[in-house]
Design a protein around this ligand. Structure first.
Ligand code: PLP
Length: 387
């Protein structure tokens, strides 16, 4: 009989992967499944990025790289942050990792422990709550509400800080709601944090390029007064349709760089070299493909929000970021999980129950519109027929 560490039992999961597996199993049995569950762009990685990866392999870049990432890539990240957010970032503060997720995990390994409180968005990306629990820290949800456009309230966040609070996780544009927190709210949070110098902020900005309806991104790096305690997470997965390459980075406070680099050495040594060269090509090459993807997402967004609002018992907010719609479905009489299962089995449409993103997600369903307009239309026709 194997005895695993207690912490293993505290790990949560990301249901999108489970729903994907169920949808694939149904498809393998011959069912016609439209997947609006998984959050990954349906576009191919732009060709010049793929070529840069292939060239790196052909040029013999087969070996280990520095644990924190190739200098050329960290410099490209720094230049990109200057172009996009108008901030100066020392490439030595950039740590390249295999995807967006490792930064969350490492932040929690370094900051989470029993007796510590960590705040996180709810509904939010499920890995936040999972890794807080894994670390033994106490998760303190930040409720995100539809009436506020799923933005967090700075006052509410600040009022929940106690002497035990060590980390606050925020995510804008957000998964699963598509919510974008306005700059004024972030200004207010940062001003209030001056009274709590022990609190670190992990700002997950992985959807920073996916904004619509004239919204602009606010990066937590734009506040010099808290730069010494901000971890800013971003990456290539969503922006450049590179989910399977596994490439991401964070800008870390100087005081945490050594520890996080040691975690990289202990965990994965380094990100594979060709992927890092592809990452350089992505940041330094033409951005047309990104603009085209975002324009395409915006067209789909308008269609899906309208179509969801027309379904009986559905009400869908006009999400301004990422590629998710998060309708309220309470008036259908279905609970979130019931609706997820019903639509998968009876309509052949994969969606994700709001409760997969935390307690405050009850009554909601997440639809990813990273799928063709044709499939989105067909999926909503099928759900309408089932309803
Ligand atoms: N952060 C958020 C908010 C996400 O939604 C995701 C992926 O869905 C990630 C991070 C992780 O991205 P990656 O696939 O690069 O690990």
């Amino acid at each position: 009989m194997i005895t695993m560490a207690k912490s293993a039992g505290r790990l949560g999961t990301e249901s999108a992967f489970e729903v994907l597996a169920r949808a694939q199993a149904l498809a393998a049995q011959g069912q016609d499944i439209i997947n609006l569950g998984i959050g990954q762009p349906d576009f191919r990685t732009p060709a010049h990025i793929v070529e840069a990866g292939i060239k790196a392999l052909r040029d013999g870049h087969h070996g280990y790289t520095p644990a924190n990432g190739l200098p050329v890539l960290r410099q490209a990240v720094s230049a990109d942050l200057h172009r996009r957010h108008g901030v100066e970032v020392n490439p030595d503060n950039v740590v390249v990792v295999p995807g967006g997720k490792p930064t969350m995990f490492f932040a929690l390994l370094l900051l989470g422990e029993p007796g510590v409180e960590i705040m996180y968005p709810n509904p939010g990306f499920p890995i936040y709550e999972s890794v807080i629990n894994f670390s033994g820290a106490t998760p303190v949800p930040i409720a995100l509400r539809e009436e506020a456009g799923f933005a967090f309230s700075a006052d509410e966040v600040l009022s929940q800080i106690t002497p035990a609070t060590r980390l606050i996780i925020i995510n804008s544009p957000a998964n699963p709601t598509g919510g974008v927190t306005p700059r004024e709210e972030i200004d207010k949070l940062v001003a209030g944090l001056q009274r709590h110098p022990q609190v670190v902020i992990l700002s997950d900005e992985i959807y920073s390029r996916m904004l619509y309806a004239g919204r602009e991104h606010t990066s937590l790096l734009q506040y010099p007064e808290i730069r010494d305690r901000v971890i800013m997470l971003d990456g290539w997965s969503k922006t450049y349709a590179m989910t399977g390459w596994r490439l991401g980075y964070a800008v870390w406070p100087t005081t945490m760089i050594d520890a996080v680099t040691r975690l990289c050495i202990n965990d994965h040594s380094c990100v594979n070299a060709p992927t890092q060269f592809a990452g350089v090509a992505a940041l330094e090459g033409p951005q047309d493909a990104v603009h085209e993807m975002v324009a395409q997402f915006n067209r789909r967004r308008r269609i899906i929000v309208d179509r969801l609002n027309a379904l009986p018992g559905f009400r869908c907010a006009d999400a301004a970021g990422a590629f998710y719609a998060f309708p309220q479905i309470g008036a259908t009489g279905l609970r979130a999980r019931e609706a997820q299962d019903k639509f998968l089995h009876e309509a052949g449409v994969a969606t994700i129950a709001g409760t997969s993103f935390g307690h405050w997600g009850e009554g909601y369903l997440r639809f990813s519109y990273a799928n063709s307009i044709e499939n989105i239309e067909a999926a909503l026709d099928r759900i309408k027929a089932v309803l």
